[in-house]
Ligand binder design. Structure first.
Ligand code: MG
Length: 395
């Protein structure tokens, strides 16, 4: 039901209050991967009849900067708000270019979708209508309170909750703002008081306002439903160590007696090094050399368990889960097969995983190259991690 009535969206994001449990004013906190304000900006930007988006930012410089950051990459005008909501709306409407209608919306209502806008616009087919607002029936019993007593019930049969966006003929909302004195909780009450006809259209729980952390979680459940709460990250690792004369090698934290050993600053456990790099890679946390520089005397002869444990600890700090590790050992000798189960169990123990989450394979290079000539061993490893989209807040 396209209306073909162009409108200007004024999104009021001027609140400066930081509620308990939130680190920023609520319009700037993350909701399923986007700041709360951005949800509304994106919804209006996607509507074909939207001519202009005006975001009213908090009056302070930090708030203005936050709003500008949120709107980056979108064609939106960011203006500084006023001390009261009414001043902010006025500042927003003042920047509107010519369009027949103005939609005023609270940034703390991120659940806006195109069909909500369409319903509001459709109401203007009646030339007598000055404004349209989304409303919801009241499900709870309503009562008047007298101190700590309930005085009497209020008839809820005609009571509604009024939401935003609220749509107005531009002339009607400008006229109402020009003459209004005193506070107002919404613009429809001002237009109505100024003689304008306001009609109700069907509201939506998704248009409810976020006022505290609990609302944020509820809204996240409603809007974030389509987005997985976890992302999968795959990291890869590769390592090589030279084989020299010796009495055995450390491979995956397991000692294999052999007529050679691996040369290195630490115990040269090529398999644990590759897996450590794979875990670090999935976390985007650099590489093993950055965390444990070979120039550092602390790591001379060190058991490589410590390196892998450190990478797993980093993952845990980010709330990440290591799902699986797969490694391929590349050498002609020693034979890995007889040690495979012991190696898997050892790696699983270091990482706090089940043995079925660790795979160790082996191959030769058909006597080709440095591994084929027995000059060294190589390992390729992959680690897959599930990483929360909403990492735990820092202490
Ligand atoms: Mg190494």
């Amino acid at each position: 039901m396209a209306s073909h009535r162009s409108f200007v969206a004024v999104i009021v994001a001027a609140g400066r209050g930081v509620r308990a449990g939130l680190a920023l004013p609520k319009q700037f906190v993350d909701l399923a991967g986007r700041p709360v304000l951005r949800w509304s900006v994106d919804a209006f930007a996607a509507h074909p009849d939207c001519r202009q988006i005006i975001v009213v930012a908090p009056v302070d410089t930090e708030g203005l900067a936050l709003a500008e950051t949120v709107c980056a990459g979108i064609e939106a005008i960011v203006v500084r708000g006023g001390a009261e909501r009414i001043d902010s709306v006025k500042a927003g409407i003042a920047r509107a270019d010519q369009a027949e209608l103005v939609l005023v919306h609270d940034a703390a209502r991120p659940g806006i979708a195109p069909h909500h806008i369409d319903r509001l616009l459709a109401a203007f087919a009646d030339p007598a209508v000055a404004g349209s607002v989304p409303v919801l029936a009241v499900a709870d019993t309503l009562a008047r309170r007298d101190g700590d007593r309930i005085a009497e019930n209020i008839d809820r049969s005609t009571a509604v909750r009024v939401q935003t966006p609220q749509a107005f003929r531009r002339s009607a909302v400008e006229a109402a703002h020009a003459v209004w004195a005193g506070p107002a909780t919404d613009d429809a009450s001002m237009v109505r008081a100024n003689g304008g006809l306001i009609v109700a259209v069907e509201g939506d729980e998704r248009l409810d306002k976020i006022t505290n952390e609990g609302d944020l979680e509820r809204m996240q459940a409603m809007l974030g439903g389509g987005l997985p709460q976890w992302r999968t990250a795959i990291g890869s690792g590769f390592d090589v160590h030279r084989l020299i004369a010796g009495d055995g090698i450390w491979l995956g934290g397991h000692f294999i007696a052999h007529d050679r050993k691996l040369e290195g600053h630490s115990d040269a456990d090529v398999l644990l090094h590759a897996i450590t790099d794979a875990v670090l890679g999935a976390l985007g946390a650099g590489d093993i050399g950055q965390h444990f520089p070979p120039s550092d005397e602390r790591w001379r002869g060190a058991a490589s368990d410590a390196f892998l444990k450190h990478a797993c600890q980093l993952a845990a700090e980010r709330g990440a889960i290591i799902d699986h590790v797969d490694a391929t050992v590349i050498c002609e000798a020693p034979k890995v097969g007889p040690h495979r189960e012991a190696i898997r169990a050892r790696i699983a123990a270091i990482m706090g995983l089940g043995p079925d989450q660790v795979s160790v394979k082996a191959t030769t290079t058909e006597k080709l190259g440095f591994t084929g000539r027995g000059e060294g061993m190589a390992v390729m490893a992959n680690a897959s991690l599930s990483i929360p989209r909403h990492p735990p807040q820092g202490e």
